[in-house]
Design a protein around this ligand. Sequence first.
Ligand SMILES: *[C@@H]1O[C@H](CO)[C@@H](O)[C@H](O)[C@H]1NC(C)=O
Ligand SMILES: *[C@@H]1O[C@H](CO)[C@@H](O)[C@H](O)[C@H]1NC(C)=O
Ligand SMILES: *[C@@H]1O[C@H](CO)[C@@H](O)[C@H](O)[C@H]1NC(C)=O
Ligand SMILES: *[C@@H]1O[C@H](CO)[C@@H](O)[C@H](O)[C@H]1NC(C)=O
Ligand SMILES: *[C@@H]1O[C@H](CO)[C@@H](O)[C@H](O)[C@H]1NC(C)=O
Ligand SMILES: *[C@@H]1O[C@H](CO)[C@@H](O)[C@H](O)[C@H]1NC(C)=O
Ligand SMILES: *[C@@H]1O[C@H](CO)[C@@H](O)[C@H](O)[C@H]1NC(C)=O
Ligand SMILES: *[C@@H]1O[C@H](CO)[C@@H](O)[C@H](O)[C@H]1NC(C)=O
Length: 727
Amino acid sequence: MYLVLLGMLWFCPRLKGQENFFTINTIEMKAEPGWEVENGKNLTLKCHVDISTTSKLLSQHQVLFYKDDLLLKNVTSWNKEESFFIQAARIYDRGNYKCMVILNNKEKTTRDYPVSVKGVPRPRVTVDKMEVMEGSRVTVECSVPEEKPPIYFIIEKLEMDIVKQKKEKLALNQNYVMLDFPIEEQDHVLIFQCQAKISFGNFFEASEFTKSDLVTVRETFSIPSFQITPEGEITEGDPLKLKCTIRVTHMFLEDREIIIQKDRKIVAYNKEGTEVTYFTPIARVEHMGNYTCKVESSKISKVNSVFINITELFSKPQLLISSNHLDEGGKLDLSCQISGSSHANFTIQKENTTITNSQNFTKRAWVHDSGTYRCLAAIHNVIKESDPVQLSVFEIVSKPRIFHNSESEVIKGQLLELYCQSTNGTPPIRYYLCKMNTCKSHKEMYSNEPAKFLERPTATTEYTCVAKNHHSQGSVVSDVLNVSVIVPVARVNLSILLSEEVESGEQVVLRCSTDEGSWPIHYRFYKHDAAVPFYEETSNDTQAIWTTLKATKEDEGQYYCLASNRGNRQSKSPKSNIITVKVTLAPWMKGLIAVVIIGAIITTLVLVARWYFLKKTKAKQMPVEMSRPGPPLNSNTEKMPSDPNVEANSHSGYNDDIGNHTMKPTNEHKELDHSNVDVEYTEVEVLTPDLHRAPERKGTETVYSEIRKADSGENRHSRIEGSLDAT
Ligand SMILES: *[C@@H]1O[C@H](CO)[C@@H](O)[C@H](O)[C@H]1NC(C)=O
Ligand SMILES: *[C@@H]1O[C@H](CO)[C@@H](O)[C@H](O)[C@H]1NC(C)=O
Ligand SMILES: *[C@@H]1O[C@H](CO)[C@@H](O)[C@H](O)[C@H]1NC(C)=O
Ligand SMILES: *[C@@H]1O[C@H](CO)[C@@H](O)[C@H](O)[C@H]1NC(C)=O
Ligand SMILES: *[C@@H]1O[C@H](CO)[C@@H](O)[C@H](O)[C@H]1NC(C)=O
Ligand SMILES: *[C@@H]1O[C@H](CO)[C@@H](O)[C@H](O)[C@H]1NC(C)=O
Ligand SMILES: *[C@@H]1O[C@H](CO)[C@@H](O)[C@H](O)[C@H]1NC(C)=O
Ligand SMILES: *[C@@H]1O[C@H](CO)[C@@H](O)[C@H](O)[C@H]1NC(C)=O
């Protein structure tokens, strides 16, 4: 060795003296035994460098190994090949490896070489106990000491190769886990197995399962067992006893309860000891079913169940009834039957009161026999009850009474309450109301109270009613109720008979009539503005007449009448139309007046003429005998063309008051000379002023002014005619 070193030292100056050229041709990696290696196998990575140089000796260079770009090894070498050794490759050795060579200032690197490691070593499994009690727990430890975390562990609890429980856990910081497994009542001999999984990227490697030692489970108490008496078939009436028993390990000291349940109902329980008993002295069909015995400690619960079948001794009895609906006095038959006709003791009850202790019962039914019946059948100590049976006994309805509410008379259109009542007879009672033998409305009553019907009669009607219940004999009819209906007076009309315009001294006849209304009707005649009627009459007629024999001016005026009967009491009596009566002067009176006026005129004229002649005679000394009494009246007639009329009007003096301007020409009687008369008419329109009397009679009047132009010019006469009709 020393010699080699000395030799090198000797050579070095010589080398230095020479210029040395080199180049790195290639660099590559190789893996021994390969790039994929089984977990736990040795792996050698080799870096091979091919360098060309002008010198004969290989120059010194550095070789560097990287894993996932992290430096693993740095060696200074003179060799063509350098190795990196991995003893027992593990999953965590997976990765991308490369190597680099540096020669003076030149360097070259290989590509990345992926190394994969197959498989995970079998984990180690240990349990903390080999023998364990029901309800306690076992701790299982599983580890993979060769590998580095994170490791995913799966531990399973097995019994007879059947997985009973499985737990999984990821160990992040250590390569082992410790998990607790509860021991249940169904566990006997257990084994635990473990698997480890290590992931990388999207892939993972899983180990095989490793099994633990056997773990034996010791029972705390046994599954409960039933003892049933009587053994074998259980018949109704037998005493029934169910006993549930358990055996308890002497080491088990925990509290436990024993419960017997039928369906969801607890029928017996015990907090201490090892048994519980359910007893019933008489087994019945209702006791048949599924009984469950449960033993429970804090963590363990053991269950056993048994089906108790009870044979029926006899069937449920049935109460037969001849009919559920009976007429009063009908025959009631009750019979209690059980199928198979066994010899039993029977009881028939009505509303929990025994009415007979025999199988059959017969009687005549009365109303108070209505009710609920049931029967009991007993054999030895077994008593069974039938379903209830309903009996209704009907008393026939009594003759119904029909009546109405109002003591007073019934007025047309008003509501009438009619009642129908049968005081006897079993409800429900149905009442029919019949009008003139037509029965339309009906009412059902659940008591003997009267049934009420509402009517609005328009005319006098005969009512009857019919009552009916479930009694087979049908229906009963009431007496006839005659309801007389008062028809109130609706419309009244007042008319004047003969003529509306009456000459004084003639008859005035007023008729007050109605179109409908019950008799007697009370008629009242009023003169306008008077508070009290001037004539009243009650009659059994549709009209009433009032007459005055000699009409005077005082009878003139407006009239109306009222008519009412008993039906109009609540409402106002209807009022008639208004009639205006006019009383005119008799023709002889007009004539008299005319004569007086004409006489007055003639007298005046004569006086004037005399005065004239006297004056003239005095002046001219003319003899008085010259003057003649037949004067030409021209100048005088011109002076008084309408005077007679005005006077006649003012004499009559009523046309303004009444406002009825119908006037008969008053001049007819004082006509003097009609032989040569030329008539001229002037039409004038005048507004009627009588609005306050008869507002509806507003209108115009045509006044004809008749001017007579006598050839002689002696007489002139105007005539005024009203165009209105005074109805
Ligand atoms: C792996 O390497 C170790 C240490 O060098 C050695 O003891 C062992 O025998 C090797 N195993 C195999 C299978 O070659
Ligand atoms: C490798 O080792 C040499 C000498 O020990 C040192 O000079 C060099 O820096 C190292 N290279 C790296 C990358 O650490
Ligand atoms: C009785 O009840 C148990 C528990 O509820 C059930 O498992 C069993 O099947 C039932 N048996 C019968 C015959 O109904
Ligand atoms: C009870 O026993 C009777 C007679 O043995 C049998 O006919 C019936 O099916 C049983 N009932 C049940 C629910 O098992
Ligand atoms: C009759 O007995 C039944 C129970 O059997 C009870 O529910 C009912 O109230 C009793 N009726 C009368 C009227 O006592
Ligand atoms: C009761 O009546 C039934 C028939 O309805 C009859 O078979 C039975 O013998 C009668 N029972 C008695 C005790 O009379
Ligand atoms: C009926 O009642 C009588 C007297 O209580 C009893 O002696 C008899 O055994 C009963 N019969 C049945 C079938 O239960
Ligand atoms: C109307 O007739 C009834 C009976 O018909 C009678 O009682 C009454 O006196 C009569 N009234 C008049 C005013 O005639």
